[in-house]
Design a binder for this molecule. Structure first.
Ligand SMILES: Nc1ncnc2c1ncn2[C@@H]1O[C@H](COP(=O)(O)OP(=O)(O)OP(=O)(O)O)[C@@H](O)[C@H]1O
Ligand SMILES: [Mg+2]
Length: 155
């Protein structure tokens, strides 16, 4: 993180708050973006991904399953494709290459368990960290790179 990287914290008291939060972030997203979702087991990464995907597709009821076993699930958005990854079961870099991660560059890469990507995790990205707080969650947005910093300026 550099001195100019912006970071903001939000309280998400329940699942509905997570969906509203996702709806606020969605309009900022552009083709080529990488969003990394950090947090322990059950922290709410898939829930937030579900909210983002539903907002981007403008399909509030669409079924968004966790890609726990498939490792990646793709969606055809109106402007760009969405690649929803769960890297939890990844054991080495070669598996990331097999997933075709490089090919997602023209769409949105939404990544659960980004820590598993090590050096392969793109440097310019939006990080969303989720933590357990009482019954709900705390979300911290951190911009990496000038473009995300500019977009978060008025969030
Ligand atoms: N803001 C929130 N407040 C309270 N509960 C929440 C919130 N967001 C999600 N949850 C609940 O937490 C549980 C786990 O959510 P979810 O599957 O999204 O976590 P995850 O981080 O994707 O887990 P995993 O590490 O297994 O992928 C679900 O029951 C979900 O409803
Ligand atoms: Mg998950």
């Amino acid at each position: 993180m550099t001195a100019t990287d912006k970071s903001f914290t939000f309280s998400l008291a329940n699942e509905n708050d997570s969906f509203s939060f996702a709806t606020r972030i969605a309009p900022l997203i552009k083709a080529g973006d990488v969003i990394a979702l950090w947090g322990d087991l059950g922290a709410g990464k898939t829930t937030l991904s579900r909210g983002l995907i539903r907002a981007l597709l403008n399909e509030p009821e669409i079924d968004v399953q966790s890609p726990t076993f498939t490792l990646v699930q793709t969606y055809e958005g109106p402007y760009f494709p969405i690649w929803h990854y769960d890297m939890y079961r990844i054991e080495d870099d070669a598996e990331i290459d097999e997933l075709g991660f490089e090919d997602t560059i023209d769409g949105l890469a939404l990544i659960e368990w980004p820590i598993r990507m090590g050096e392969k995790l793109p440097k310019y990205r939006l990080d969303i960290q989720l933590e357990f707080t009482n019954e709900g969650r705390t979300a911290t947005l951190s911009a990496h790179g000038e473009d995300w910093n500019a977009r978060l300026a008025n969030f």
